[in-house]
Structure formats: C-alpha cells, structure tokens
Design a binder for this molecule. Sequence first.
Ligand SMILES: NC(=O)c1ccc[n+]([C@@H]2O[C@H](COP(=O)([O-])OP(=O)(O)OC[C@H]3O[C@@H](n4cnc5c(N)ncnc54)[C@H](O)[C@@H]3O)[C@@H](O)[C@H]2O)c1
Length: 248
Amino acid sequence: MDFTGKTAIITGAAKGIGRGCAEILARGGANVVLADINLGMAREAERALTEEGLRAKAVQVDVKSVAEIEKMVRAADEAFGTVDILVNNAGIFHATPIEEITEQEWDNIVDINLKSVFFATQKVLPYMRKKKSGKIVNLSSLAGRNGGFTNGLGYSAAKAGIIGLTRGFAARLARDGINVNAVAPGSTDTGILDGLGEDGIRGLTEKIPLGRFGKTPEVASVVAFLCSEEAAFMTGAVVDVNGGMYFG
Ligand SMILES: NC(=O)c1ccc[n+]([C@@H]2O[C@H](COP(=O)([O-])OP(=O)(O)OC[C@H]3O[C@@H](n4cnc5c(N)ncnc54)[C@H](O)[C@@H]3O)[C@@H](O)[C@H]2O)c1
C-alpha cells in the first residue's frame, strides 16, 4: 500500500493498535502525526520511526477536549501542510459493573471513546473537502457489535455509537470524496484488557473460535488497508477482526 505524500493523524498512537497503524502508514510513505495524551511515549514512537528514516511527529492531545483536538489538527497542518487520513483510535476500556458506574465515569468513557470521533472528524473536514478526498477510519469494537462480554456498558455504548457515526459520516461525506469506515476488533494483545486479570483473560480466550487474542499488526493492517486507495470503493463499512467471535 502506497501512502506517499499523504499526511495521517493517528490518535492514541503512542502504543498498541494506534502505534501499529502509524508504523504501517509511515513505512508506506505517509507523514504520520502520533497524537496521544502520553507525550513521552508518543515521542518514543516518533524517535523509532525517524530512526528508520520515516516522517513522524508526536503531538500531545487529550481527545476529550475539542480545543485540544483543534490544536492537534493545526499542528498536523503546520508540520506537513495538510491532512489526508484520520485514524480515530484513542480509547479507554472499563469493566465496571452496571450498578457501580457513576455519572463521571460514564461521561469520561463516552467523551474519550465517542465524542472525540465526532469532533476530530469535524475538524479535519475542511482539509479533506478542499481536496475532495480523504480517508477516515474509526476504531469500534466487538463490544459495539454485540454489547460485549466483560466490558462496562459505557464502553459498549460508545463503541456502538462509533458505528452510527461511521455510517452517518460515510453517507454525508461520500460526495466530497471522503471514505469513512470502521474496524471492530475483538480481544487484541495490546494490554488494554490486562485489568481483567488472568482468569478474565482466560475466560475471554475460551470464547474465541481461533483460540487466541489478535496480534496488534493483524488489526493495524486492516486499518491501513481502509486508509489506502485499494479500499476506495468501501465506505460506511464495519470490518470485524475478532478471530470468529462474532459474525457481523
Ligand atoms: N485491544 C483490544 O482488545 C481492543 C478491542 C476492541 C477495540 N479496541 C479499540 O482499539 C483502540 C486502540 O486500543 P489499544 O488496545 O491499542 O489501546 P492501548 O491502551 O494499547 O492504547 C491506547 C492509546 O490511547 C491513548 N489515549 C488514552 N486516552 C487518551 C486521550 N484521552 N487522549 C489521547 N490519547 C489517549 C493512550 O495513551 C494509548 O497510547 C481503542 O479505541 C480500543 O477501544 C481495542
């Protein structure tokens, strides 16, 4: 896949699936903006990519804040002159039981996982509309497809909301030449599920027909495909990458 000359913003790119996406896009020739709340780790990822001779810039953002999202997009424009690709990947997980979820926890999980997707898309639109082209990929989840197994319901709701946003944006932006798709991973080996403990992880693994967690590059490569010209006729799709845990 060739991303030469394209500029990609990847949120949550300091580690996990986001970093995996940044690596594939950068190795395909893209300028990558590694946007993350953890600037130290984002800089580490930037250093690793620039040592390979690739173009990368770490930018600090808390995607909960619309003002910070605007700053992130401006920083991408200042660094590389435009925005062609947006990967809305930043997310947090919770496994809080129904009775224990507070209003504050609900707002936090929904703002980080869902509100961010709407506003990051809104803020990149002027760049993409001007060029009549763009690719946006949103990280949903198996939990957004079936409600999930171990996760808190704020997470399920946010990830299901991402599917609604993906389809709504896809329909509204198609005539602007902008493709909007989602990837819905199942359990993937990034560490985001470590809070479930050994028994929780074992129980989850038993539910996976392929018998194991997904590997980060197995999800990132699907995201990268959706960012590529090879996927130009796909929009509004939700691609399941879950080892057979759910057939969408
Ligand atoms: N790993 C899985 O099993 C799995 C399954 C389904 C969906 N997903 C989704 O894929 C995406 C990536 O997951 P992952 O497993 O790579 O996660 P991860 O925890 O490994 O990485 C998430 C990254 O997002 C960053 N981040 C968190 N809050 C942020 C904020 N407020 N602003 C900016 N950055 C923030 C973190 O610093 C981190 O670098 C998430 O949206 C997640 O919900 C993951």
